[in-house]
Design a protein. Sequence first.
Length: 99
Amino acid sequence: MFVHIGDNIVLPIKEIVGIFDISVLEDKATRDFLKISEEEGFVKNNKYDNRERSFVLTGQNIYFSPITSVTLKKRIEKIYNQQDGDLFEQEEEDEIDNT
């Protein structure tokens, strides 16, 4: 399953480690982390000229989003609820069938 995070970016839900409100950038440690991540090429899209409202951390990259963290959470919950409560079970079964 996938979630659209804005700016024509769609991510596999199982790769998302965290979704953070942009307000966490008030913390110096977070700003430093994102600065280093950007310098090392882990930030995969540009900021939105102060329109960014959240950022999504995956196992390998960081994506800024113009969509709030609350809305992204609701999108994932909606997908989860449509899958009868187990978002990853079908993917795991598919992986077993392919081996």
